[in-house]
Design a protein around this ligand. Structure first.
Ligand SMILES: Cc1cc2nc3c(=O)[nH]c(=O)nc-3n(C[C@H](O)[C@H](O)[C@H](O)COP(=O)(O)OP(=O)(O)OC[C@H]3O[C@@H](n4cnc5c(N)ncnc54)[C@H](O)[C@@H]3O)c2cc1C
Length: 401
């Protein structure tokens, strides 16, 4: 075996998703050196279709980092959402209820902007890094080994940021750990269609045949979801069936029309929740989907990943710039309460809107909850506050005596 090429940095970030990329910008803004190691190619990472709703605090953070120029130009600001209950639409006006809006801007656009800005600023992102594996995370000199083609490489660092998503390696290095999980008895069939949205707000539809979500990614692309069985096969859903089912579940005919068009992406996503705790072991810190999964109903996954790294950057700055390594211990307890509040909101949206079976008792409870939200300002405000985004958690201030 040939010699290993070893490099030094302060923080090795595993994963170039929203968590890893935003962290690289936050660290750069603090003058902290980092390298991002990503197993996939740049084209693959930039092409992945996923989230599309940005909370207000996420947009503010991206603006503060100077990476929101295209977001501000092309993102679609939404005043609120619509809840369609048995075919009747109700508007929840976030701006009126909270003073804040949400922004629809695709995750892949966020990722493209973050990668371009990082590389332009001279930052290092290693794409197609294979067999990435952190080691010595309990020492103050961790190392992350990986391969680039035939070349064996290693990055020596002070901190490893595990931002490698739900199928990554880093969470498994936290020992001992607790994983609290919940599985839902359905999945989402999601499609991306070349069809101009016919209205400028998302519609969450509660329907006898199951949940449907009408959303969009841009002025010409619609993003649509249908609740399906957890073991559903894509082959069972030809285009006609998808459009017919959407037209049935969405409140068409009430001033709302559903544009159809070529389906350019489709996939089935399982719905489940999980939280790994603690989110830190030694000098390894976890963020985003590496630490927790939320069901997509609340549109929180990407936002929560970015919220985590806003805390992580502060903790790392304390440890590396102020010698306060003991503050690494505050990372997990600072993040987890917001993680659980977000988890609770996502669970509530999921249980309120999906069909769980034929139990009429449960269906009427769901209708009662929806009636409360659509008729009470207090209940609607609670939903709105969570949807537009709770304030990011902050490290406790240190009181100097
Ligand atoms: C269909 C769908 C719809 C969604 N809708 C929304 C929404 O509307 N709003 C919302 O906020 N969230 C949504 N989400 C969730 C959101 O996409 C994720 O929560 C978000 O991507 C998490 O970001 P992350 O950076 O933590 O992880 P990821 O985006 O998964 O990034 C992890 C990165 O690590 C890389 N990686 C993995 N293993 C390794 C390894 N061993 N070595 C090196 N690199 C590795 C991966 O290739 C990836 O690039 C949705 C998700 C899906 C699937």
């Amino acid at each position: 075996m040939g010699a290993v090429r070893a490099d030094d940095t302060e923080v090795a970030i595993v994963g170039a998703g929203p968590a890893g990329l935003v962290l690289s910008h936050l660290l750069a803004a603090r003058g902290i050196d980092c390298v991002v190691l990503e197993q996939r190619s740049r084209e693959y990472v930039e092409g992945r279709v996923r989230a599309g709703v940005l909370e207000h605090p996420t947009v503010e953070l991206l603006r503060n980092l100077g990476v929101a120029e295209r977001l501000d130009r092309e993102g679609l600001a939404h005043r609120g959402i619509q809840l369609a209950v048995d075919g009747v639409r109700h508007h929840i006006d976030f701006v009126e209820l909270t003073g804040h809006s949400i922004t629809v801007y695709g995750q892949r656009e966020v990722v493209r902007d973050l990668i371009a800005a990082r590389l332009t600023a001279g930052g290092e992102i290693v794409f197609e890094a294979a067999d990435v594996m952190p080691a010595a995370i309990e020492t103050n000199r961790p190392v992350v080994r990986f391969r680039c083609g035939d070349e064996a490489r290693a990055v020596r660092c002070r901190i490893v940021a595990g931002c490698d998503g739900s199928h990554g390696q880093c969470a498994g290095l936290v020992e001992p750990r607790t994983v609290a999980e919940h599985a839902y008895p359905f999945a989402w069939l999601g499609v991306l269609a070349e069809a101009a949205p016919t209205q400028d707000e998302l519609i969450y539809a509660f329907h006898e045949r199951g949940f449907a979500l009408y959303s969009m990614r841009s002025a010409s692309i619609t993003r649509l979801y249908l609740q399906v069985a957890p073991d559903e096969q894509l082959g069972a859903w030809p285009d006609d069936r998808i459009w017919n089912e959407l037209a049935t579940r969405l409140p068409t005919g009430d001033g709302f029309t559903l544009n159809t068009g070529p389906i350019i992406d489709r996939g089935i996503t399982a719905m489940h929740s999980s939280v790994t705790s603690p989110m830190r072991h030694g000098n390894l810190l976890l963020a985003g989907d590496a630490a927790h999964i939320v069901p997509a109903t609340g549109a929180k996954g990407m936002n929560l990943a970015i919220a985590d790294v806003s805390v992580m950057a502060d903790v790392i700055e304390q440890a590396l710039r102020h010698g306060r390594t003991e503050r690494l211990g505050e990372y997990s307890p600072t993040c987890l309460p917001r993680v659980w509040r977000t988890q609770q909101f996502s669970h509530r949206m999921t249980t309120m809107l999906h069909r769980f079976g034929d139990d009429p008792f449960q269906r009427e409870l769901q209708r009662a909850e929806l009636a409360r939200i659509t008729s009470s300002v207090a209940a609607a405000t609670d939903l709105a506050e969570h949807y537009v985004g709770l304030p990011f958690a902050r490290l406790p201030e240190v009181v100097h005596q």
